[in-house]
Design a protein around this ligand. Sequence first.
Ligand code: ZN
Length: 468
Amino acid sequence: MTILPKILYVFRALPIFIPRAFFSTLQGVVNAFLWNYRRPRIKFPVLSRRIEGGGLGVPDFAKYSRAVHVAAMIVCLGYASRPQWAVMEATTLTPHDLRVLLWVPPPNRPRGMFTSLFATTTLSLRIWDSMFLKISGTGPVSRAAPLRMFQYILPHFNAQCWATKGVFNLCQLTDKCGVLEFASVQSKFHLQDSYFLSYCQLRSYLRSQGFAAFYSIHKPPLTLIESLGVSQLLPKGLISIGLNAIMKDRELPLWRYHSAWEKDLKRSIEPELWAAVFRRDVGVSRNATLLETSRKVVYRWYWTPDKTSKFASSSSSVCWRCSSQTGTYMHIWWQCPLLIPFWTMVVEFATAVVGTPIPMDPGFILVGLGGPKLTRQQSRMTFHIMSTALLLIAQRWKSDTVPSMGLLKTYMTRDRTYDSRAKEFLSVTPPKQDPWELWDIYLVKQCVHGGVNRPVDGEEASVSEVNR
Ligand SMILES: [Zn+2]
């Protein structure tokens, strides 16, 4: 979305806290444009998640506004290549260090020390504090916290002594199970016994903050922002890093479509399996229509006769294709007797193209759940074939016609041409394992065997043709 950078600039430059009502209005205007002034059938919290989080990446402006300020604070964590404004801010705070103060809980920071900061930096700091529990992987005390932070909290704590032994951050005193015992710390960093009192101070404070309790549940690695705080490096894409921290969609919530698919497929679907489906969809195709169709099927966006008849009494619940069975979601997309020959041919075709047996499994074909072990290249090509088949079915919604294999191949050829032209004229770099290589190999094999007709544009199978 090209307007996003312009809006982000305003968010970053405005030194005032933007009220929630403004975001509601802005989001309403943009959403109305995106959905052509109709009410979206999918909830906004689903759509605004990242592609790999199960959404469609629709911008959530309220979260973006916070992300730009979190990104500004990440800039302050960096050591080298900081912009001029960050260097100036650091100078005004001397002898204090913003890279340390960012990790200090607000009540423990010296009072009145931030009055010299720019208004935008003060706002960024306020938002950083409000987002801190999402930034930190271990609650109010982050593992990335520099030990110098404890000089503001613990009386007589001397971080310099620890620094002389090479201990700079709290994460060096922890492992996957929590805070290390003193004996382990002592042998790891060659400490004298005199460090024991300082260690006990630290440990006691962490216990008072519930650090151990939180740790025992999650056993978290450092979050990306915490890693940047430790390394003091500044990569590109800081706003995305800030946004990912705020979105906090590492854990997949249970949406209504999850349970609906479990019921239809008669199996339980673990969150990891859903996560694998969504990970597969990242950058899978340049054709946005394919991803949109695939996601609409997953979200159960389409209104089937069975569903429509429940809120429109005049509407029939019978399948419009076979006119004999109830048009449930599974029937319309998979079980309809007129569709089964089409899906059988699609599966045979996919098996021939990717060179691995593709099972006749609705969970894999309609949603992408499970399936055989495929390489990334095979997985992407399978996605192309299945989502094109879904698109063809969706284009014949409320119609008794069934798409033909010729039309599917025509669509595939069109997409292949589009991608090769994009590569040629727009200097688009193809993915490392380009799925179209499999398609090209398939076409060469077909030429060698000489048995397949070229697909004909507009080729269509009617119900009578499929019935034959
Ligand atoms: Zn039917």
